[in-house]
Design a protein around this ligand. Structure first.
Ligand code: GMT
Length: 393
């Protein structure tokens, strides 16, 4: 198939999932066209079957904001015409699904569109009154809609009153790549005295509750020497630095900035910590589980569909930094339990979220959407007549 994938290029789960899906599809022989405002950070430079189309930002003095939706529609439309793209897979509804719809209308209603909802495109942004009607309309126009968790599928119906069908296709993980390995970095780099390492990776937006990470760490640190590794960057970083400094634990907190390759960090970690306000899925928790790291996370959104409480780690209430600290402390004081929970996490990743299985589900959805949207006459032309079929002997 010739597949167009629209995605955000920046650090964030939806862009990572879309990139890894496209790369997997390309290695299965499909022709994959990525559409984004800049090259997605995890997209390999050279790989057969992969094309990258940069969506231009065209500024004009009259515009307060650059109309990205329109330049994306034109970029899609031209690629559909030039390469014969058979299906568009839009990751994140706003404005990607809307731009895909425009391009489809410009091209006489083809190709079909699959929209994958990732979370904040419904829970934080999409349900805002300024967006909800257009998001609902665009989902109605998509040939198929998928959500990365059951939680998100239900929220979509509740929050924007969407009445159509939503297929739940969870995010996936390449368990062969994401596995605990002998790491290129020595643990001593971060833990000179062999201290346990607590790791968090995100884009440091308010929804990630970075202050809770630092506050829980301060409580754990009072009981036991340990170190906190924070990978990523974003608006909440400097407040977190101030809190750590004021509490006198800054020497035990390492801000690593954005890290394109995280498997090494995960291979060093003793606990993965994610106290988010909401998460439709939490891809980083799945990455940790695949690397046998026990997870301490909040019991919100789609997280319980990923992390089984008491089996792959512990779930706590949002903001309950006492409980979070107690759970982390328990794991670092009981390495055998931590190891067993880590192994249970990897098994769960393999059984429920393996890349090959989920990519095959998307392939099937694509085939169905293409078949359903192919006009009857054309489909009949594609089915050879009885006389031209080879005889069954
Ligand atoms: O919240 C982020 O880190 C980014 C955001 C995105 O759209 O890139 O993540 C959302 O999509 C991810 C991939 O499906 C999910 O794993 C995250 O849980 C989800 N974030 C939220 O729901 C807050």
């Amino acid at each position: 198939m010739k597949i167009g994938i629209i995605l955000y290029p920046t650090y964030g789960g939806s862009g990572v999932v879309a990139t890894e899906l496209g790369v997997a599809l390309a290695s299965r022989g499909h022709e994959v066209h990525f559409f984004s405002s800049s090259r997605p950070f995890r997209l390999p430079q050279f790989q057969p079957n992969i094309y990258f189309h940069e969506v231009p930002a065209v500024h004009y003095a009259l515009f307060e904001h650059t109309p990205y939706t329109l330049t994306l529609s034109t970029t899609l439309y031209e690629a559909i015409q030039h390469y014969g793209i058979e299906l568009i897979h839009s990751h994140y509804a706003i404005p990607h699904a809307t731009a895909a719809y425009l391009a489809q209308q410009m091209n006489n209603g083809r190709p079909p569109i699959i929209t994958t909802l990732h979370g904040t495109d419904i829970t934080l942004v999409g349900s805002h009154p300024a967006y909800a009607p257009v998001v609902r309309f665009t989902l109605d126009q998509s040939n198929r809609v998928t959500a990365v968790s059951q939680f998100l599928a239900e929220e979509t119906c509740k929050r924007i009153n969407f009445r159509g069908k939503i297929d739940v296709v969870p995010n996936f993980i390449d368990t062969e790549y994401y596995k605990r390995s002998t790491c290129h970095i020595s643990k001593q780099t971060f833990a000179p005295n062999g201290e346990p390492l607590i790791l968090h990776i995100s884009n440091f937006r308010p929804v990630k509750r970075i202050q809770d990470i630092v506050n829980a760490f301060i409580k754990v640190r009072r009981e036991k020497p340990c170190r906190l590794l924070l990978a990523g960057d974003g608006p909440e970083r400097s407040a977190a630095e101030q809190t750590a400094r004021a509490a006198g634990v800054m020497n035990d907190v390492v801000f690593l900035g954005n890290q394109p390759v995280i498997v090494d960090l995960l291979s060093l970690a003793d606990v993965y910590f994610v106290p988010s306000e909401t998460e439709s899925f939490c891809l980083s928790a799945l990455e940790a589980m695949s690397c046998e790291v026990p997870v301490v996370a909040t019991r919100v959104g789609g997280i319980p569909e990923v992390v089984t409480d008491g089996e792959c780690g512990f779930l706590t209430n949002v903001g309950d930094t006492d409980d979070m600290a107690a759970r982390i402390l328990h794991l670092i004081e009981h390495p055998k339990t931590a190891r067993e929970m880590g192994q249970a996490g990897r098994l769960r990743a393999i059984e429920h979220f393996k890349m090959e299985t989920i990519v095959a589900r998307y392939e099937l959805l694509y085939q169905e959407a293409i078949a359903e949207s192919t006009p009857c006459q054309q489909r009949m032309r594609e089915i050879p007549s009885m006389s031209s079929r080879s005889k069954i002997t």
